[in-house]
Every structure is written in structure tokens, then in C-alpha cells.
Design a protein. Structure first.
Length: 536
């Protein structure tokens, strides 16, 4: 043969009507020259070995092929770029009756390597390279009615025959390597599937026939397993299970950044996905387990906050349990034939509902969730710790409340709670009163009443002297001046009281930051308190 190898053909030829009946043996035939005859865009190279019988008839055109063949060093190219390389491709039980059917008993690819690329428009290039060109052309419709006879037109082209039914008894890939590159993200996402074994039996386009498949391999530092079955036709069906174990989450940072505005610096992920398609009805269910997940914002855009209401980092912190794990279950269902159904939007809706449900339970006991008009979580709030005015003594029921806060923090070990003291006017009055009484009750000349009377005369010699100590204190109190650090000292004592209560319950003090301001704002009303500001 021109490119190399030999062909030995023997048979008969009949000229009218045209018939060819041959047997062909191929030994190392270079297949590059077959490209013009292949109904695909991709270029192929390799060496063919085989033993085939071929029967060809014209008018109508029919082709029958039977036998076995194998390809060595097979390559499928996109231009000059190899995208599929197979060390050895073996076929057995070839039975072709063109244009009705193509049947092959088995196809086995040993150590194939694939490059699967998704271009900037989201299209898979490899799919276009191997798609046959024999799609049928629909016949032209009848001409519109007219008051005058239509001019003669060129007869419409004869519609091409329907595509042949293809069936491969068993298609298998052994120790495959597949590299996937997605150019829709910035930076590009790239991942490799290694040691992949695939079995599909049968692979068929026949209406209603069931195809079963299994896939195993390694991906992203973990393992991959897919199994299921499906059928092709007017009412396609699919029943598939996907399992990924120990996937290293930072490897997916291009996708995380693209879809959320965040990236992961640490974490491993287990995913179990169940997919069911019955005609146009789609049901999916994903169980996810993330361990040690740490995320950081890389963009002003926070898609999670826009969709759910809470920043992604805060949501991750709230969902972590005592072992630092996040367990979520996401069901999505819908009719893919309707314009209203968008799988991406359905997933976000499920994420929002799940986040609200998981967060609402613990906050119902210790705080509140605030929602926007479109049902997003607008804010989360822990109820503050209330104190008696002017002291670090807890108000009623605060000991029990702090116990619930400690339980919440144990269940969400990634959450930090910043403590913020808030002082109010009743604090000021209580401190002034305590300071005045302490001065009046100092040991020395006279009792508290006498000291109060003497101080009153010194300040207002022309005013009548109140008869009781309470009335004297009430008169002197507005003139009392507190030390500049009095409010800060009170706030610090309250911070210490809250930290002591929570650390005694097992909460690390490093998760309880916060300091008292030197010159805090003093609110006119409300309760003296320590507020909790949740931070991831």
C-alpha cells in the first residue's frame, strides 16, 4: 500500500448489475489515506490488521462487511493535534449491513489517552470531531397556496436515508488516561482521570434498548466510580450513580472562583450523585461530605451571598460540625423540556433552601435569622448577654443562654464570635451612684447622712437641705463625675465574665476576640449587654 503494509484481496466482480464479493486481508496497512472516505471531521492515523469479507452492490447501494480487525498506534487528530491516542484497538465480530445497521461484537481499547477540551463557548471539541456527517435532511414542505400557478421549480433533493443503527456488544477501555481542559474559566480548569477502566455493554442507538456501563479510576487525588444504565430514543432514560472519594477541593479552584468568587485553600470532598432521567423528567440527588474545608474570597463578587444571602465563608463556618465536616444533601428535579426549568437555577434554589433549613435549627434557640423579601438570609444574630446596670452580674436567664451559645459553638467549631460591649445610660447612673455612696460611706468623720448634708451645703448653700439620704443622693448624683476609664473598665469586666463562662464550657478563648473601647458610645436606652458578632 502507498503508506505501508500489504492488502491481499480475492473475490468476484459482476458488472451489470454491479456486485462485488471479496475477502480482504490487511497486514500493517497505514490508514491515513482513508480520511476522505470517513464521515467525520477528525483525522486518523494508525496501522490496520484484519480479515474482512466485503459485499458491495449499487442501485440501491448496500455494503455488507464481516470479520475482525485491529488498529495499532491509532491516533485521532484535531488538525495536527493528537486528541485520542490508542496503543491497540481490537475489534471482533464485525457485521455491517449498510445503510441499515453497524454491529460489532466487541471493541477494546488498550491504554488509550484522550484530550477532552471544552472551548470558551462551552462546546466539547472531541464530540464534533467524531460526529458522523450522515444526518438526514428534512424534505421541503408543500408550496403555499396562490391565486396564480407557481413557476416551475427545481425538484427538491431526495432526502437521505435515516442513520444506521449502531450496536457494539461490549466497548471497553483499559487503563485509560483522560485529560479534561475547560476554557470557560479563568484560569483554565484542567484535571486528569488516571487508570480509568470503562465497560459499556451494549453500546447501541437502537430504540428502547438498555445500555449498561461502569467506570472506575482516579481523579483529583481521590477515586471515581460511575455505574448505571440508559436507553436511547424518543423517550431517553438514564439511571446512574456517581461516587467520588477524597477529591482535593483546591484542584477545583477555577470553578469555585468562576461560580462563587471564592477559592479553597484546603479540604477534601466525597460526593455521591444519583441521576434519573425518564423522557424529559430529570431527578438528581447529591450527598456531599466536605472535610477540613477552608475558603477565601478572591473577588468582590460573592455569588453565594447574592444567591443565598450569607457570604460563602460564613456559610462554610456555620455548616461545619464538631469534627470540621460539612454534610449536605441537594435534591433537584424538573422537566427539562420546559423553558422555565434551568438546572443551574434549580441547584441554587436547593442550596438556599438547604442553608436556611440547616442554619435555622440552632439559631432558633440562641438568636434569629433575618430574611429579605426574596427569601434570602439577610443576617444572622445571636441574642446578646444582658447585665445588671453598672455591674458584670448576668441578668435573669443569662447563665442558661450562655450554655446554649457554648453548645452552638461546639457544634460549629469554625465560627468565631467577636464580643462587643455595649454600655447604656443606666450603666452611667449606676456607676455614679456606686461611686457617690462609696465616698459617703468612707470611714472617718460622721456617717453617710452627715457627709451628704455637708457636701450639699458646700455645693448649694442657699438651697433647703433634703431630709433623707436618698433625697440627698438624688440631688448630688447629677454632679458626680466618673473616671475617664470607668466605662472601659466596666466593659472589660463584662468581657471577662462572658469569656470565663464560655471557656469553662470548653470553648477556646481564641474564638472569643473583642475588647472594650476607651471612649465607647453610651446608648440612651436599652439593656447593658455584650453583643455577639459572628465571624468565620
Amino acid at each position: 500500500m502507498p503508506g505501508g503494509g500489504t492488502v491481499d484481496v480475492a473475490g468476484t466482480v459482476q458488472l451489470a448489475p454491479m456486485r462485488v464479493d471479496t475477502r480482504a486481508k490487511f497486514d500493517g496497512v497505514v490508514i491515513d489515506a482513508l480520511r476522505p472516505y470517513l464521515p467525520i471531521e477528525g483525522r486518523v492515523t494508525g496501522k490496520l490488521h484484519g480479515d474482512l469479507t466485503v459485499k458491495l452492490a449499487l442501485d440501491p447501494t448496500t455494503v455488507q462487511v464481516a470479520g475482525a480487525a485491529r488498529l495499532q498506534s491509532f491516533t485521532l487528530k484535531d488538525g495536527d493535534r493528537p486528541v485520542v491516542v490508542v496503543n491497540r484497538l481490537e475489534t471482533a465480530g464485525i457485521d455491517v449491513d449498510w445503510p441499515k445497521r453497524i454491529t460489532i461484537e466487541s471493541v477494546k481499547l488498550r491504554r488509550p489517552r484522550l484530550l477532552v477540551e471544552r472551548d470558551a463557548k462551552g462546546e466539547i471539541r472531541l464530540r464534533r470531531l467524531v460526529t458522523p456527517r450522515w444526518a438526514s435532511t428534512a424534505p421541503a414542505g408543500p408550496p403555499p397556496a396562490s391565486a396564480t400557478p407557481a413557476a416551475p421549480t427545481t425538484p427538491a433533493a431526495k432526502p437521505r436515508a435515516a442513520s444506521p443503527t449502531i450496536e457494539i456488544g461490549t466497548l471497553s477501555l483499559e487503563k485509560a488516561l483522560a485529560r479534561f481542559v475547560d476554557y470557560t474559566t479563568e484560569p483554565d480548569y484542567a484535571e486528569e482521570l488516571e487508570d480509568v477502566d470503562v465497560t459499556i455493554a451494549p453500546l447501541t442507538t437502537a430504540e428502547g434498548r438498555r445500555t449498561r456501563f461502569t467506570v472506575t479510576g482516579a481523579v483529583g487525588g481521590g477515586s471515581l466510580q460511575i455505574k448505571g444504565e440508559g436507553s436511547y430514543g424518543d423517550k431517553p432514560a438514564l439511571d446512574m450513580t456517581l461516587e467520588i472519594r477524597n477529591y482535593i477541593v483546591p484542584r477545583a479552584d477555577p470553578y469555585l472562583a468562576h461560580y462563587t468568587g471564592w477559592v479553597a485553600s484546603n479540604g477534601k470532598l466525597d460526593v455521591t450523585g444519583v441521576y434519573k432521567l425518564n423522557g424529559t423528567q430529570l431527578e438528581t440527588h447529591h450527598d456531599l461530605l466536605a472535610r477540613g474545608l477552608e475558603v477565601a474570597s478572591v473577588d468582590e463578587r460573592d455569588e453565594v451571598a447574592r444567591r443565598v444571602g450569607l457570604p460563602f465563608g460564613m456559610l462554610v463556618s456555620l455548616l461545619k460540625d464538631a469534627r470540621g465536616e460539612i454534610k449536605v444533601s441537594l435534591p433537584v428535579a424538573g422537566d427539562i423540556s420546559t423553558r422555565e426549568f434551568d438546572y443551574k437555577e434549580a441547584v441554587w434554589s436547593s442550596v438556599r433552601s438547604l442553608a436556611i433549613r440547616l442554619i435555622a435549627a440552632p439559631f432558633s434557640k440562641i438568636g434569629s435569622l433575618f430574611f429579605s423579601e426574596d427569601s434570602k438570609v439577610k443576617a444572622v444574630s445571636l441574642a446578646p448577654v444582658v447585665f445588671e446596670p453598672g455591674t458584670e452580674k448576668f441578668g435573669p436567664d443569662m447563665e442558661a443562654h450562655l450554655g446554649k451559645v457554648a453548645d452552638f459553638m461546639k457544634g460549629a467549631p469554625a465560627v468565631k464570635v467577636t464580643l462587643e460591649p455595649v454600655v447604656v445610660e443606666p450603666d452611667v447612673q449606676a456607676l455614679k451612684r456606686a461611686q457617690l455612696l462609696a465616698r459617703l460611706n468612707q470611714p472617718g468623720e460622721g456617717d453617710a447622712l452627715a457627709r451628704a448634708q455637708r457636701e450639699h451645703r458646700q455645693r448649694w448653700p442657699e438651697r433647703p437641705l433634703p431630709p433623707t439620704i436618698e433625697e440627698l443622693v438624688a440631688a448630688l448624683l447629677p454632679e458626680e463625675t466618673l473616671d475617664a476609664d470607668a466605662m472601659r473598665t466596666l466593659g472589660t469586666r463584662r468581657l471577662d465574665a462572658v469569656r470565663q463562662r464560655l471557656t469553662s464550657a470548653g470553648i477556646d478563648a481564641t474564638r472569643l476576640p473583642g475588647t472594650a473601647r476607651r471612649a465607647p458610645f453610651i446608648e440612651a436606652g436599652g439593656h447593658p449587654r455584650i453583643e455577639f458578632d459572628l465571624r468565620s
